[in-house]
Design a protein around this ligand. Structure first.
Ligand code: GAL
Length: 833
């Protein structure tokens, strides 16, 4: 689709399903046997795997560690490469016999190969996409069956921590001989207004019989409140051993639109009946009704409302859980992002988990679903470039087929910082991928994240996509808008400032490359040569209002890519081992545990209206008495007054009294000091005691924030993210934050002493963390250290057990703390038990 047409044509649509589920889908995640290492004839049904470990998937073998310099630090210093085997034994139930049986993997990292009873089913090099294999011809009806999965990720195959193993869910899909195909529904809402929307429901029906069949397809459309709002019936001939596509559409009056404020979700329940009227399949698809429009002049509109991207890029790891997908962990991550004011997620740089998209649908977050970090030209030795020729068509189409029903997705991204930008022929690949996106889904535009400013334009890659993303080029926005007035432009990746939570070195506002403690100061000023503080993106977007917004790098810290530490590729042969034990990223606005860093509040001050106030650094500067300490205040209020030990240090007005910060980055030709209207700054001669900020709007006190000089840590406090969690399926988690406190009850912001956690009762211990990018204690350890006064424990509800779990934290010479969390069963789970 030509970009110019987009403004007219993208008044479309929306979403289908979030969630597609067939009545034949069975949980296949428990009781897998696992062996880490090579296995001779591991696929053979007769192999004795009694001594292998029993695991539940999603499972990430690499997060078990150890962290070691021996492994690539660029990938987190974790043992993700090598070989691992999973096997699962199962016997068909009476109802499953004679059926169509398939196994569905939502994602295996990576290079998976799968066998059933010794028969080879296939391989899938790409770790980020799901796939299904038909098992029917090879099944033993009377005796046991064995699925074997070989996983063999290679070293130097990722630019970040990818995880390893069956890290997403597995299903056994058991169907009648006529059923809805895999990812077999596409529900679109076209021509959406608040009065009416045209809903189009496409269903793929598979007939495995050796004869043609007349089938009846019934689609029941169910409103967000659960009312049937439409029933559509159609009869069609399903040819033998083939797939037939059916299409139904109707006008939905007064649709309840999916929006960021009210993410309304509809369902379609599809029933397939054979010619005798026998029900063959029931399949549920979730979708939303919304209108998206992109314009070069004004930006992006959701249901007619101009919406700026306040976005974050996210990698897929879940901190202490590694990459093993968990719905609650994902939901917590996105809730923390929403609290920061985020309204958009870029799934850098690959297709995310189903869970992430589902939660975005439910929370009203918009999503850029990204396919690739490499095309044919590799960034790393064993990366996706080796598979691109053979697999890109299938992988990209599969991403769109898998995800096309999610209302949250507004753009398909064909790549990030693709090296073909530097090649004359690169546009051909871009064109091919963009065409695939249009063929699979004419309702959404495509995009890419370009970093090579000259190359992407000169070699015409930017001309191939509908919406043009630039990484780290705010200083070029004015030129872009002027020279390419018909381009629809946004910051696909921005900022990349680095920091360690709670760390403030006495270099204060001096920009440095590296620091000897392998941490990065949290004044939000230090970053690599392409990086700049959030302030600069805010400034250039304000000056160029048609820029649709930004996706900052990154919402959360992630394992791997510990810039500025580790070294670059040319000197470390891609391993980045130079600054061990620095091994996880410093880019996050939030650390690996989900604890906000200062930058979280800087975004909050720009992206949210709810009054907030944040003061940095900490106030423990023994030995610096009388020396000036820069104090920053982040707020969305009008004015702030700062007090030291009760004495006013004066009021400052946001936007008027500017804070001087150092700024220099590629393509920026302005002065090296920026007068930021986004922060307030006082230089305060240090005196121990109490630093207090009070914010005002219209002269009225709005918020107050106090930080204290602390004395020795005396005790621990515990805070759970939820008081009650679900015991239904053993998947729910509670996150408990430990804080070190002194005898006056003040938070000890520089305390790094040891502690240990214990979980008893209705829950089990899952993992710990503290957010320190240099920590090499694995998350499975109950013993760890506070990092700048904080630590985290994650506990899991026991499946089917209602009761109380008791979580205890103990530390040397610290008063311990205990917290209780309830686990409850839903009414449905109780009935099933
Ligand atoms: C970008 C890249 C990201 C990450 C980031 C760090 O160039 O797209 O994946 O490496 O730099 O600043």
């Amino acid at each position: 689709m030509k970009r110019q047409l987009l403004t007219l044509c993208m008044l479309l649509l929306a979403v289908p399903m979030l969630w597609a589920q067939s009545n034949g889908q069975t949980d296949f995640n428990k009781n897998w046997k696992f062996f880490k290492g090579s296995v001779n004839e591991g696929e053979k049904a007769t192999l004795n795997d009694d001594n292998w470990r029993t695991v539940r998937v999603p499972h990430d073998w690499a997060i078990e560690g150890p962290f070691s310099k021996e492994y690539s630090t660029r990938c987190g210093g974790l043992p993700f490469h090598g070989e691992g085997w999973y096997r699962k034994h199962f016997t068909l139930t009476e109802e499953q016999k004679g059926k169509q049986v398939a196994i569905e993997f939502e994602g295996v990292m990576n290079n998976s190969e799968v066998w059933i009873n010794g028969h080879y089913l296939g391989k899938r090099p790409f770790g980020y996409i799901g796939f299904e294999y038909d098992l029917t011809p090879y099944l033993n009806e009377k005796t046991e069956n064995v699925i074997a999965v070989k996983v063999s990720p290679e070293d130097l195959s990722s630019r970040w921590y990818p995880g390893a193993g069956i890290y997403r869910k597995v299903w056994l899909n058991v169907n009648n001989s006529i059923h809805v195909g895999h990812w077999g529904s596409f529900v679109k809402a076209n021509n959406v207004t608040s009065r009416v929307a045209t809903i189009e429901i496409a269903i793929d029906v598979q007939n495995h019989l050796k004869s043609d069949e007349i089938v009846t397809i019934t689609n029941k459309v169910i409103s967000p409140e659960g009312k049937v709002v439409k029933v559509l019936n159609t009869k069609t001939v399903a040819e033998k051993e083939a797939t037939v596509k059916s299409m139904q559409s109707f006008n939905l009056l007064s649709p309840e639109l999916w929006s960021q404020e009210q993410p309304n979700l509809y369902h379609v329940v599809t029933e397939i009946k054979d010619n005798k009227g026998k029900l063959m399949d029931t399949y549920t698809s979730r979708f939303g009704v919304r209108d998206i429009k992109f314009t070069a002049k004004e930006g992006f509109f959701l249901n007619g409302k101009l919406t700026k991207f306040k976005g974050v890029c996210l990698h897929h790891d879940l901190g202490p859980l590694g990459t093993a997908v968990n719905r609650r962990a994902t939901e917590r991550q996105l809730q923390i992002m929403k609290d920061m004011g985020v309204n958009a997620i870029r799934t850098s740089h690959n297709p995310p988990s189903r869970e992430l998209l589902e939660v975005c649908d439910e929370m009203g977050l918009i999503v850029i679903d990204e396919a690739f970090d490499e095309w044919k030209i590799g960034k790393i030795e064993n990366g996706y470039n080796n598979y691109f020729d053979e697999w890109h068509d299938r992988d990209l189409r599969d991403m769109i087929r898998r995800d096309r029903n999610h209302p949250s997705i507004i753009l398909w991204s064909i790549g990030n910082e693709i090296l073909e930008q530097g090649s004359k022929e690169g546009w051909k690949v871009a064109n091919k991928l963009a065409t695939i996106c249009h063929e699979e889904d004419p309702s959404r535009p495509n995009t890419a994240g370009f970093n090579n400013y000259g190359g992407s334009i000169k070699h015409k890659l930017a001309d191939q996509v509908d919406v043009v993303g630039f990484n780290y080029k705010p200083a070029k926005y004015a030129e872009l808008v002027e020279e390419h007035p018909d381009w629809i432009i946004y910051g696909s990746e921005t900022e990349s400032v680095t920091s360690s939570r709670g760390v403030y070195q006495d270099t204060f506002l001096e920009k440095y490359e590296k620091h000897e403690d392998k941490q990065v100061t949290s004044y939000d000023i230090v970053g690599p040569v392409w990086a700049y503080p959030p302030d600069m993106e805010f400034k250039f977007e304000k000056e160029n209002p048609s820029i649709m917004g930004e996706f900052m790098w990154t919402g959360f810290d992630y394992y791997g890519e510990p810039t500025p530490y580790g070294g670059r590729d040319n000197v470390t042969n891609g391993q980045w081992r130079a600054d061990w034990p620095s091994k996880s990223s410093y880019f996050g606005a939030v650390d690996l545990c989900g604890f906000p860093k200062d930058r979280f509040y800087l975004y909050q001050s720009e992206w949210t209206d709810k009054p907030m106030l944040h003061v940095l650094p900490h106030w423990n500067w023994k030995g610096y008495e009388g020396k000036e300490i820069p104090v920053f205040v982040y707020t969305n209020a009008e004015e702030v007054e700062l007090f030291l030990n009760g004495q006013s240090l004066g009021k400052k007005v946001k936007g008027v009294d500017k804070a001087t910060i150092p700024v220099s980055f590629r393509f920026y030709e302005g002065p090296n000091n920026f007068e930021s209207p986004y922060r307030l700054r006082w230089d305060v001669p240090y005196q121990k005691g109490e630093l207090k900020a009070i914010s005002y709007i219209d002269g009225k006190v709005i918020n107050e924030e106090v930080i204290h000089t602390t004395i020795k840590a005396k005790s621990i406090t515990l805070e759970a993210d939820r008081q009650v969690i679900s015991a239904d399926n053993g998947e729910d988690l509670v996150y408990v934050t430990a804080r070190a406190i002194d005898e006056n009850g003040h938070f000890c912001a520089t305390f790094n002493g040891e502690l240990s956690f214990d979980v008893q009762g209705a829950g089990t211990f899952e993992a710990t963390g503290n957010g320190d990018p240099t920590m090499t204690i694995v998350p499975q350890s109950k013993k760890l250290k506070f990092f700048n006064g904080m630590a985290l424990v994650i506990a899991r509800a026991k499946e089917g057990v209602e009761g109380t779990m008791t979580i205890t934290a103990k530390g040397k010479r610290l008063k311990s703390a205990t917290i209780k969390v309830e686990t409850k069963l839903s009414a449905t789970a109780k009935r099933e038990l």
